[in-house]
Design a protein around this ligand. Sequence first.
Ligand code: TXA
Ligand code: MG
Length: 343
Amino acid sequence: MSPAPTQLIDSSQPELKSAAQCLKAGGLVAFPTETVYGLGADAENPEALAKLYAVKGRPTHHPVIVHVASAQQLAQWAVDIPEGAQVLAEAFWPGPLTLILKRSSRVPDAVTGGQDTVGIRVPDHPVALALLQTFGGGVAAPSANRFGRLSPTTAQHVQQDLGEDVDVILDGGPCQVGVESTIVAFREGRPVILRPGLITEDQIQQALQAASRGFEPQSGILANAPTSTVSRAPGTLASHYAPRTPLRLFSPSELPVPLADLQPQDRIGVLAVSEAVVLAFPAGSVEKWVEMPNKPEDYARLLYATLRDLDALGLSCIWVERVPADAPWAAVVDRLTRAAFVG
Ligand code: TXA
Ligand code: MG
């Protein structure tokens, strides 16, 4: 039997203590964060980590993020911390930002896939923070989905995906951010974004400038990560974050060509942001319409849950209207592009 999600309204509930005990005993605890649900294990217990990788179906050389209760714990898990990392930790934690830093001796190989760096994050969710505080140590947690699939944004998604392979599911309601954290690494002290998220390049730049502690004006963020340097980050694999149903991206001006290929037996779902799109499809050709919000944060919050719902309908294809290519949309563009990739 899969564990029913334990609803946590009040973080002083006894369930929280038993979840922390479960982690101490080497168990797996799924918990809410502001981004997506995580599947947690004691970051210092290699056996628990082996179980975590097995349940995820994730290759063992792909590193996982260590979640801690506060920025004060950073020095326990990382060494040679660049000034910029300290600034970003102070500016954005708790929050949807993961810092890739040189690991301390406390971090086992199983967490980092043998790399000399570790990903660290303080999540901004009362249940996650209460769990981390009660547990005391670091919780290694990838998103609580099977490898390569959509990340869960509700406790029910976790239950559907992982079933009895998880010991406890803490329910903290639907995730407010909805896409995974922004990942920032450092190359010779300069930040480089490995995965876009709610915290944008601009915000990172501004935080660094505001702190102006040892930053030369010319030493801003490195444009983006060359794939070769981040190939071990699974979130950077082209086919990651995909629904089972094929997904194609379109802009209204491109529509006539693919629409001409539409077969009568095709069952399609459409995610649209503009009204013009509705008129472009022949009457009756779309089985399921979803009108998506036109603000990037709102779109991101709903994206994975919407794709899951559509996935469940057994459609032949999900057509997604392209969103703007500008900076506030970077995280959504990134996830949609990966979801549309045919590998
Ligand atoms: O929002 C999030 O980050 C969520 C919640 C649960 O915190 N977690 C998450 O974990 O998305 P996961 O495992 O699905 O993705 C973590 C990403 C992967 O792309 C992984 O390769 C990268 O972080 N990562 C972790 N440690 C790394 C390291 N040392 N170097 C480079 N990338 C790393
Ligand atoms: Mg993931």
